[in-house]
Design a protein around this ligand. Structure first.
Ligand code: DX5
Ligand code: ZN
Length: 213
């Protein structure tokens, strides 16, 4: 299992230290939650702070956009050369066009589905995607409770991926811990995002990441 700690649960007064800690702790990607106060009822960070994250990180960035006007935000973050940019299907009229734009910038494109959105919504985009991110909470905040129906959704998505593009990864984000990760792995999930589980683990960040792996 690949692990992408969400820095939303980091101490923003010591952001570089907390980004370095998850990289040193063996994570695979650094998950960055970008919220605009419109698509979700919360506001986080823009390119100035993400540039600082990028400088502190020794692992690639996994940028999760929770915004209106995706294309504008892709332009803002592209110079930081993240590994992935994920955008929400619920907020994009022309997903295929945006996928092509992200790829043309040398970034791997990914689409996010909210908990209620059917996996079939991306079926005819799969051949152009490197990853699909399934939300297992309603986006906007860290520390929420995992919605178990995402496990069945991951199984359905996995079947579509095997048919259309077996190289496409499945990532799950929200309320992930060392218990539900087992069912996610069995359902075919490749990458888990974890914020509070990693940063607030009583035995520390390294132990949290290795327990998810
Ligand atoms: C929620 C974010 C998540 C969140 C995960 O909108 O997309 O990445 O930070 O945090 P936990 O693991 O605490 O649910
Ligand atoms: Zn996220």
């Amino acid at each position: 299992m690949l692990v992408a700690p969400s820095i939303l649960s980091a101490d923003f007064g010591h952001l570089a230290r907390d980004v370095q800690a998850v990289c040193d702790g063996g994570c695979d990607l650094v998950h960055v939650d970008v919220m605009d106060g419109h698509f979700v009822p919360n506001l986080t960070i823009g390119p100035v702070v993400v540039e600082a994250v990028s400088k502190a990180a020794t692992k690639p960035l996994d940028i999760h956009l929770m915004v209106e006007n995706n294309s504008f935000f892709v332009d803002l973050f592209a110079p930081l050369k993240p590994e992935f940019i994920s955008f929400h299907i619920e907020e994009e009229k022309h997903p295929h066009r945006l996928i092509q734009k992200i790829r043309s910038l040398g970034i791997r494109p990914s689409i996010v589905l909210n908990p209620h959105t059917l996996p079939e919504a991306v079926e005819f985009l799969l051949e152009d995607l490197d990853m699909v991110l399934l939300m297992s909470v309603n986006p906007g905040f860290g520390g929420q409770t995992f919605i178990p129906s995402v496990i069945e959704k991951a199984q359905r998505l996995k079947a579509l991926i095997e048919k259309r593009n077996p190289a496409c990864l499945i990532e799950v984000d929200g309320g992930v811990n060392d218990v539900n990760v087992k069912a996610l792995a069995a359902a075919g999930v490749d990458v888990v995002v974890a914020g509070s589980f990693v940063y607030k683990h009583p035995e520390g960040i390294n132990e949290a990441i290795s327990s998810l792996k």
